[in-house]
Design a protein around this ligand. Structure first.
Ligand code: L34
Length: 294
């Protein structure tokens, strides 16, 4: 089978158009959704993701408060900024781009964000709500993965989903979302990770394979069932002297090999990444609406 390539850029663009109209309607009622953005340090990948998020906000009519702090920022200063945003009525969502520099305790910073403004869904309150199936903010990358599957017509209900990777930002939340007894979920979920023995014996059973391992070529064609839907969450920069930038982006999946076997596959770039950005805006608009309803 030659896979259909899921165009994440296009799905994201369509969702952003829908969102733009929704924001215009909110603005007409005097509600301007606002996102507080914090980036600490100079990591070029993080800086480019944050810039893309701010640009997408501007295009959708969402206010964003840009804060780029030097790598030497102390944990106390960072927490003080989060606390100011917690109190700021213009801000409905707070984004602290990860990873943070090593001298800062990420859990301590995330734990300061008011759950009502936690549009990344990273606070323990939101994680707990997600696990027990309560209303919460769903983390943007997993939320984007589920939207891509649903909007591509992939049947999730009853499917065997195999997740490769157990991070707090992708693997654990996407597994929890897909096992809920609800729409766009109700799957049988297996999680593989670096401690898994004979990973291929699990991935070969997947109707839907979600790969968030953070390593190129983690999944090769021999590890994939004929006709599976493959979602590649990886974004790896690898050296490429033929490029002006000196690098190119690859996912965690051997795209060329797996494409020949899967029914659907997401490319990198242009797959999950643009959806992550879109879902941050969806969550921010949702937060503004919830705030207005209170
Ligand atoms: N707090 N930290 C917080 N929230 C998040 O949701 C993230 N994540 C991850 C890293 N840290 C975070 C992101 O924003 C990963 N991530 C992210 C966002 C966007 C893209 C990739 C990762 C993206 O737009 N990728 C493009 C290519 C971008 C490029 O050219 O460098 C793509 O098409 O895949």
């Amino acid at each position: 089978m030659a896979a259909t390539i899921i165009d994440g850029t296009q799905v994201a663009a369509q969702m952003r158009e829908e969102l733009k109209r929704e924001v215009a309607a909110l603005r007409a009622k005097g509600i301007v959704p606002g996102l507080g953005v914090i980036l600490v340090g100079q990591d070029p990948a993080s800086a480019s993701y944050v810039s893309a998020k701010e640009q997408a906000c501007a295009e959708a009519g969402i206010y964003s408060d840009d804060n780029r702090l030097p790598a030497v920022t102390s944990q106390a200063e960072l927490i003080a900024l989060v606390e100011r945003m917690n109190q700021d009525p213009r801000i409905h969502g707070i984004l602290v781009q990860l990873p943070l520099p090593k001298h800062i305790d990420e859990d301590a910073v995330i734990g300061t964000i008011r759950p009502e403004k936690d549009v990344d869904g990273f606070t323990p309150i939101n994680v707990g709500r997600l696990v027990i199936g309560q209303q919460c903010f769903m983390p943007c990358t997993p939320h984007g993965v589920v939207q891509l599957l649903a909007r591509s017509g992939v049947q999730i209900d009853g499917a065997h989903v195999v997740v490769v990777g157990r991070s707090n930002i992708v693997g654990k939340p996407v597994a929890n979302m897909l096992l809920q007894k609800q729409k766009n979920a109700n799957a049988t979920v297996t999680i593989c990770h670096t401690g898994t023995r004979d990973m291929a014996s699990f991935t070969r059973q997947a109707d839907i394979l979600i790969v968030a391992a953070g390593r190129p070529n983690t999944i090769t064609a021999d590890m994939v069932k004929e006709g599976a839907a493959v979602i590649d969450v990886g974004v790896n920069r690898i050296e490429d002297a033929t490029r002006k930038s000196g690098f190119r982006l690859v996912g965690d999946v051997d795209f060329e090999g797996v494409k020949a076997k899967a029914s659907l596959i997401t490319p990198v770039p242009g797959g999950v990444g643009p959806m992550t950005i879109t879902m941050l805006m969806v969550n921010t608009v949702e937060s503004a609406k919830r705030h207005a309803a209170r």
